[in-house]
Design a protein around this ligand. Structure first.
Ligand SMILES: Nc1nc2c(ncn2[C@@H]2O[C@H](COP(=O)(O)OP(=O)(O)O)[C@@H](O)[C@H]2O)c(=O)[nH]1
Ligand SMILES: [Mg+2]
Ligand SMILES: [Zn+2]
Length: 350
């Protein structure tokens, strides 16, 4: 480095360093020390996060560095600031990890056109929840949810609740070939966990009964990130409470006038469960598929996609398509009708 000429050799004369030697702050901070967290709830710009190995949840806001990037439940982020979870402390979300999956639905806004809503990030499974009765199950909803899941690379599972009101056999028959089906019994929800069986009770020597569907479902949730989706009033929150008693989700009565449940929760919330996460969501009213194209829709009807492989070249598989092979499988009639009903929602590519 050359010395600047300061007009004198007197060593007692000192000058302040010029502007050019000031450290530059152009380089963005790398946030290498950010603490990893998982977003468990979002409420108007406030985020609740879980940090591995820490019981207390953390409240945080989004740092300026993230710009307009949206953050949703299930997102894995980097945190700075006070991450102790002490009441009245606030951390900052400084980084957002790339999502492995995103579940989205589109909905119609008559003035602004179709909009898209992100439901949850990084889910590995979707638990489609329907009630065997009250509210009546809608197969269209199940089909839509399956399409959404498969399009996002998320594994769909079907849970049928309220089997005390209706056995749910028809639904089971229709769907058990397509995805795992769990016919849950509410009496299993309150069964005493084996770890809390009081001592002094004589051990039974008879062979244990078949594990209940709830036990099988619990095993399927292990180490997975599972989002529960279904109409309001089908029993999602009741099931979450059975799985995670500390969740204390508010459950609502089904409105006897409209048959629709009241909306008792306003956004998704994640609960830690057996090495993974279960995510309760508010009841979805609509499940638009505008973000999915015709091929994506067909891929969501796995058994129909297999049949349609041999359709004439360029077959649209629509009602008016000549020689569409979907018409020669009467055993699939209901699903073909459902597929074509949804296809009509998707704009033709020309
Ligand atoms: N009969 C019956 N009612 C149930 C069952 N599961 C939930 N419910 C009731 O259905 C209503 C809606 O349940 P909730 O969990 O709030 O549904 P969500 O809107 O899907 O979260 C509540 O009154 C529950 O008590 C069930 O297995 N059988
Ligand atoms: Mg609920
Ligand atoms: Zn066809």
């Amino acid at each position: 480095m050359t010395r600047r000429d300061i007009g004198t050799d007197d060593p007692r004369v000192r000058v302040r360093p010029g502007k050019g030697t000031r450290p530059r702050t152009k380089k963005r901070p790398s946030f290498e020390d950010a603490i990893p967290g998982l977003v468990t709830a979002v409420d108007r710009g406030r985020f609740t996060l879980a940090i591995k190995g820490q019981t207390a949840s953390v409240q945080a806001v989004k740092a300026r560095a993230l710009g307009r990037k949206g953050i949703i439940v299930g997102d894995r982020v980097g945190l700075e600031g006070d991450t102790s979870g002490t009441p009245d402390t606030l951390a900052r979300i400084v980084t957002l990890q790339e999502r492995t999956t995103v579940l989205r639905r589109s909905f119609d806004e008559s003035e602004t056109g179709t909009k898209e809503k992100l439901i949850v990030a990084n889910a590995t499974q979707m638990l489609i929840v329907v009630a065997a009765a009250n509210p009546e199950p809608k197969t269209g909803m199940i089909d839509r949810a399956m399409v959404t899941a498969l399009d996002a690379g998320v594994k769909p599972l079907l849970v049928i609740t309220k089997t005390d009101l209706d056995a749910g056999e028809g639904l089971t028959r229709e769907y058990e070939k397509l995805l795992p089906v769990y016919l849950l019994r509410r009496e299993d929800y309150d069964a005493t966990p084996s770890s809390t069986v009081p001592t002094g009770v004589p051990a039974t020597t008879t062979t244990p009964p078949d594990p209940s569907p709830l036990v099988a479902l619990k095993a399927a949730l292990e180490d997975e990130v599972t989002v529960l989706l279904g109409h309001s009033g089908v029993g999602k929150s009741t099931l979450i409470n059975a799985l995670v008693p500390s969740a204390q989700r508010v459950t609502g009565q089904v409105n006897t006038v409209t048959g629709k449940g009241r909306h008792t929760s306003s956004s998704a919330v994640a609960f830690s469960y057996r090495g993974g996460w279960v995510i309760d969501t508010p009841g979805v009213r609509s499940f638009g598929l505008a973000h999915i194209d015709a091929d994506g829709l067909l891929a969501g009807f796995t058994e129909l996609a297999t049949i349609a492989k041999d359709c004439p070249r360029g077959c649209t598989h629509r009602e008016d398509a000549p020689d569409c092979l979907l018409d020669s499988h009467p055993e699939c009639r209901a699903r073909v009708a459902s597929f074509r009903h949804l296809l009509a929602e998707i704009p033709k590519p020309y």
